[in-house]
Design a protein around this ligand. Structure first.
Ligand code: ADP
Ligand code: ADP
Ligand code: MG
Length: 498
């Protein structure tokens, strides 16, 4: 008999999970909450279970007992948590085990250990991954944080050990700012994660965020599927991602990939997972954290490797052996993802709610749409603001950028404002074209006014793109080892800007 899957999530990721699950022959069950009774994901399911959480402050997707009740009543064999919600909650993985439900994720102990950034860092350093200077574990007072910061030098970042989703972090520029920031980060972390533990880390002012995708099974097989660059962020939250990273040399990719695999092996990792690194302008990399779930940006990896990560996540959870080896992983082309959020990019990304009166997605070769909405969908304030993702692949980076540009031009959404104009601007900006953008780009360069005159801005941007790209590729090809020397990218950027 076909196995039954409960998708303990909503929106685009619920639909994405069901696509792979159905190909594996699983019967897909989803949960309908009165908070969004007409949501698109409900239409993709084989069966819909209703759960009345309208009067409840907690969503059903955050309620382990409710989820286990649904599993029992519906003879569920496998549960997929998606991302967000309880996807990194070790208690959910444990509850599944107790109820004889396969959890599509790693062992509970791994979720617990990697969910605590100080423990994760300890394990990372044991496996030979480089760390940023900082406290050895949690600091218990602001005075202790001051002592560490004095030793490692400012700026530092105070981070919540249990943090996630870009929350519970404070950048501290000088000693007199520690006390205030320590107290507010502690309070925020306690409220958000029910854990106020903080640690101190050296703050890298303008870094790259580069992460490696891991795929492992229960039988000790581990491979990596290369990196994604996720440096285009606002308030520590990712907005645009690409694979591969324009900043990594083949040698660095090999080295970081291998080290990521060694780390995953050392901790006994047994699912899909992501190892996040921060990289400075000299291409020094440091372990930041590990996410023990499928990530929002997983499609860019799928686009260039042809590997269905969610299918494998389900298969390895059900005990299957990995049949892919590291040599099977070949990278083809370049992929970019733009997250489409219901946020007004011209007004400090303020949240937008309302009814989508019309939505038309771009179509064509190598354009992939992951959406949680359709015509007449109601966008409520109850859930995450991400409505959809546009992912494209090109045969090289320039081709991918051109394709994303067209995809965004052919994307139409009426009824509320989204981050589409922001994405258009970014992918046409020379810093994106050159691949020199860092996690500080939005803060340093982006202003709401840039979107006020989109037409002029676009024409100017297009002109700049072609000019700069030609200039850039000429310099790059004249200098065969230029990728090795990452500083040269910065030098080149300055040269081109002057
Ligand atoms: P990704 O690397 O997959 O983009 P994000 O950090 O953006 O990861 O998180 C993905 C989703 O999960 C977002 O919707 C984010 O708000 C949510 N999220 C991440 N961590 C947590 C957490 N600890 N608690 C609640 N939500 C979280
Ligand atoms: P989360 O669990 O919220 O994803 P991370 O530790 O992955 O937390 O950090 C989120 C983002 O914050 C990173 O992608 C990066 O942009 C920024 N960040 C984190 N640590 C540092 C650091 N030491 N220096 C500079 N930026 C950092
Ligand atoms: Mg992170």
């Amino acid at each position: 008999m076909a196995k039954r899957l409960l998708v303990a999530n909503r929106g685009e990721i619920a639909i994405r999970i069901m696509k792979s699950a159905k190909e594996l022959g699983l019967t897909c069950v989803v949960i309908k909450s009165p908070k969004e009774a007409d949501a698109l994901y409900l239409k993709h399911a084989d069966e819909v279970v209703s759960f009345d959480d309208a009067s409840n402050a907690t969503s059903v997707f955050l309620d382990i007992d409710a989820l286990m009740g649904i599993c029992r009543e519906n003879n569920i064999d496998v549960l997929h948590p998606g991302y967000g919600f309880l996807s990194e909650n070790p208690d959910l993985a444990n509850a599944c085990k107790e109820n004889n439900v396969v959890f599509a994720g790693p062992k509970s102990e791994l979720i617990r250990d990697m969910g605590n950034k100080t423990i994760a860092k300890e394990k990372a350093v044991e496996a030979g991954l480089p760390l940023l200077a900082g406290s050895a574990g949690v600091v218990h007072s602001y005075e202790e944080a001051e002592d560490i910061a004095d030793k490692i030098g400012y700026p530092v970042i105070l981070k919540a050990a249990a943090g996630g989703g870009g929350r519970g972090m404070r950048i501290v520029e000088s000693r007199d700012q520690i006390e205030k920031n320590y107290k507010s980060a502690h309070a925020e972390s306690l409220a958000a994660f029910n854990n106020g533990d903080l640690f101190v880390e050296k703050y890298i002012p303008s870094p790259k965020h580069i992460e490696f995708q891991i795929l492992a099974d229960m039988h000790g097989n581990v491979i990596h599927l290369g990196e994604r660059e996720c440096s285009l962020q606002r308030k520590h939250q990712k907005l645009i991602e690409e694979a591969p990273s324009p900043f990594l040399s083949p040698q660095k990719r090999e080295e970081m990939g291998q080290k990521s695999v060694e780390f995953a092996k050392k901790i006994g990792y047994d699912s899909v997972g992501t190892i996040e690194f921060i990289m400075d302008a000299n291409a020094n990399y440091y372990f930041m954290e590990m996410n023990t779930r499928i990530q929002v940006e997983h499609p860019v990896t799928e686009m260039i490797t042809g590997v269905d990560l969610i299918a494998w996540q389900l298969r390895v959870a059900m005990g299957e052996k990995l049949t892919l080896t590291q040599d099977d992983i070949k990278f083809q082309g370049w992929a970019i993802e733009c997250r489409i959020n219901a946020e007004d990019a011209q007004n400090r990304f303020s949240p937008e709610t309302g009814i989508i009166s019309q939505i038309i997605f771009p179509e064509g070769e190598d354009i992939r749409i992951e959406t949680g909405v359709e015509n007449n969908s109601v966008v409520t304030p109850y859930f995450d603001s991400m409505l959809a993702k546009i992912i494209v692949r090109g045969w090289d980076r320039q081709n991918a950028i051109g394709r994303m540009d067209r995809a965004l031009l052919n994307f139409r959404i009426d009824g509320l404002k989204t981050t589409v104009p922001f994405s258009k601007l970014v992918i046409n900006h020379r810093d994106f074209t050159l691949g020199t953008y860092t996690t500080k780009w939005v803060e340093d360069y982006y202003t709401d006014i840039m979107l006020e005159n989109p037409v002029d801005e676009m024409i100017a941007a297009h002109a700049a793109v072609y000019l700069y790209h030609n200039e850039f590729s000429k310099v790059a090809s004249d200098t065969p080892d230029f990728e090795e020397d990452s500083m040269s990218v910065w030098v080149m950027k300055r040269r081109l800007n002057s």
